[in-house]
Design a binder for this molecule. Structure first.
Ligand code: ADP
Ligand code: ZN
Length: 616
């Protein structure tokens, strides 16, 4: 009986506060465990909905729920969102002045808050420890729990203090650890280092059905990006670059061309970083050009695309960064701009990465080796002709259908070209280089030689005297390069492991050169970026979505919150589709809870009403 009551309660809370009518996979089990006093480890992809897994228990349990979170900007927005829906919440971090901090503690002692977000560093300060002794803590939620593990790139030493903090409490509350990182090492670390006790471990599916994945190999990334953005002027998105220099370059270029772009990387002054991030969150800048320093905890839910200008170091990073698109559940695009040279840049960065002082030489070597293996899998994503979603899901150990029907490779046209003749020329070119110099050359020089380039280095090396000089005259360099990649992949060529890798033939090259083996290149047809019709476009065409989103912008400005804190894009889309006339109908829109209906309902209903009268 008791279970039944709480089942009804949970769902009511989900609807009433958050406006959702059903739980997503995994949420209910995690909530039940936490409210029942059991520790949990919830592994869910970004955007799956981890927050409600501790926010609903927080509402059901009698005392205060502490949420440990690594990022200040995230806390502020989370608390703003909670206040919007009527949950008493506060945050404690370095952005508060000392008097403000004391005020939060004072009010918390009087029971003013159900949820308090706190930066991990706080947990070991005297004042906070004393506070924690006095009040009733019902739950400790640890967001981005992978930060406790040294295996990840987000390691935060202060996370190691969480377990100690719990030991000082008069009564240990259940601990809920949440992360999007699913590797076994990290999961084991979290359990051990946070001292979770027989936790319910729950890993939900990693698929994000609303994301459309694609890989593009344009001749010029800059030109590609211009045409991509030109047809998405109304949308907001992130462009990730590998280096600070690239961020500067790309951002400047976009601004010169009239795009509302801003930038973010670790080399900027704090003040500029903060200002740029706010510009993006508040939709004053539509495009954020950034290094991977931008992101963890970015809770902007109306990101419609994430373009990777350069390839990240591994699929984990890629999926996490790309996953910042479409967090509200609306359709969104994730594009990787693949260039083979990015693989080398990434390799270089792994080999010259700053050493983590806390690791031994042995551990460092191990980590490098593992990082290089992961890089190869990432590069594989850029080259695979198969379903991209399946490639990612299988990487995370999940089953997936052969075709998802919703990625660039499933939808795009593939070309299959018999390149046996070209392959023979390439392989014999490499063989001749090997013979002439007793060692080989890097890919770039081989390409130059094959297309008959007139670069000085060619003459210096005497490559113009080889019979294969200019053998592929007339082909684009990028095409020759793709064919070489294809030959490497199919095992006819290989690259050495040195710092400056050179190209060598393998035993199997003979099969193509002398035994009639054919080579087929399977790749995507090169095409211009085109705009996909999203439900937003359809709704926008009809004008209602635009009207709703203008109203949202006005309200957001009045209240100084980002637009998505009022309603997410997904909610506006649903509203535009359902066109509610009454408050009851409005409550049936996904993302409209009773508090928001009360607060904004009248204005949105009026907006829909007047659209109905005039615009149709
Ligand atoms: P995470 O922390 O896992 O990245 P969030 O907690 O920020 O994800 O949730 C992502 C989005 O999913 C939010 O816009 C949230 O409102 C929405 N969401 C969460 N749970 C549900 C649900 N049960 N039904 C519909 N939308 C949901
Ligand atoms: Zn697919």
């Amino acid at each position: 009986m008791k279970d039944k009551v709480s089942a009804i309660q949970k769902e009511e809370l989900l609807k009433q506060y958050f406006g959702h009518s059903a739980f997503r996979p995994g949420q209910e089990a995690l909530i039940d465990a936490l409210t029942g006093g059991r520790d949990v480890l919830g592994v869910m992809p970004t955007g799956a909905g981890k927050s409600v897994c501790y926010q609903i228990p927080a509402l059901l349990l009698p005392g205060i729920t502490l949420v440990v979170s690594p990022l200040i900007s995230l806390m502020k927005d989370q608390v703003a969102s909670l206040k919007q829906v009527g949950v008493a919440a506060a945050y404690i971090n370095s952005s508060l002045s000392y008097p403000q901090y004391l005020e939060v503690l004072r009010r918390a002692r009087r029971g003013a808050y159900k949820i308090i977000y706190v930066a991990p560093e706080r947990l070991s300060t005297e004042g906070f420890l004393a506070f924690a002794q006095e009040v009733e803590l019902s739950l400790l939620a640890v967001d981005e729990a992978h930060c406790v593990s040294q295996w990840g790139q987000d390691f935060r030493p202060s996370y190691l203090k969480i377990a100690e903090f719990c030991k000082t409490l008069p009564k240990r509350p259940p601990i809920g650890a949440f992360t999007a990182t699913a590797t076994d090492e990290v999961k084991r670390d979290i359990i051990k280092l946070l001292d979770l006790r027989e936790p319910l471990e729950l890993t939900t599916g990693f698929d994000r059905p609303n994301l459309f994945f694609s890989v593009e190999t344009p001749k010029s990334k800059a030109v590609w990006l211009h045409s991509f953005l030109a047809v998405r002027r109304e949308q907001s998105g992130i462009v990730y670059c590998a280096t600070r220099k690239n961020v500067e370059k790309v951002c400047e270029d976009l601004q010169e061309r009239g795009f509302e772009a801003t930038r973010y990387h670790a080399g900027l002054e704090d003040a500029e970083r903060r200002a740029n991030q706010e510009d993006f969150l508040y939709d004053r800048a539509r495009v954020m050009v950034a290094t991977n320093a931008f992101g963890m905890g970015i809770d902007k839910s109306n990101v419609s695309f994430v373009v990777h200008y350069n390839m990240p170091k591994n699929i984990e990073s890629y999926y996490q960064e790309a996953g910042r698109a479409g967090r509200d559940g609306a359709k969104a695009e994730c594009v990787l701009l693949y260039a083979p040279s990015d693989v080398h840049t990434a390799k270089y960065m792994i080999e010259h990465s700053e050493d983590n002082e806390e690791l031994s030489e042995e551990e460092r070597k191990l980590i490098r080796k593992r990082d290089l293996e992961r890089l190869i899998r990432m590069a594989g994503y850029g080259k695979t002709p198969d379903c991209l979603r399946r490639y990612i899901l299988r990487y995370f150990g999940e089953q997936a259908p052969v075709h998802c029907g919703n990625c660039g490779n499933c939808c795009g046209e593939m070309e299959r070209v018999d390149i046996t003749t070209e392959a023979q020329k390439i392989l014999s070119g490499v063989t001749r280089v090997e013979r002439k110099y007793f060692h080989s050359l890097g890919i770039t020089m081989v390409v130059h030689m094959l297309v008959g380039s007139k670069e000085q280095r060619i003459y210096d090396l005497g490559l113009d005297t080889l019979p294969t000089y200019g053998a592929l005259h007339g082909l684009e360099r990028s095409t020759v390069r793709r064919y070489i990649d294809c030959l490497i992949e199919q095992g006819f060529l290989r690259q050495t492991e040195e710092e400056h890798p050179v190209l060598c033939t393998t035993e199997r090259a003979k099969d193509v050169l002398f035994h009639g083996e054919t080579v087929v290149y399977v790749g995507k047809k090169q095409k211009k970026p085109e705009k996909k019709e999203t439900p937003a476009d359809l709704a926008a065409d009809r004008g209602l979505y635009a009207a709703l989103s203008a109203l949202r912008a006005t309200l957001a400005r009045q209240e100084s919150v980002p637009a998505y804190v009022v309603f997410t894009n997904a909610t506006l889309l649903d509203m535009a589709a359902k066109q509610p006339r009454t408050t009851d109908e409005l409550l049936a829109v996904n993302g409209v809870g009773s508090r928001k209906a009360e607060r904004y309902g009248a204005q949105f209903l009026r907006c829909i009403q007047s659209w109905r009268e005039t615009d149709r």
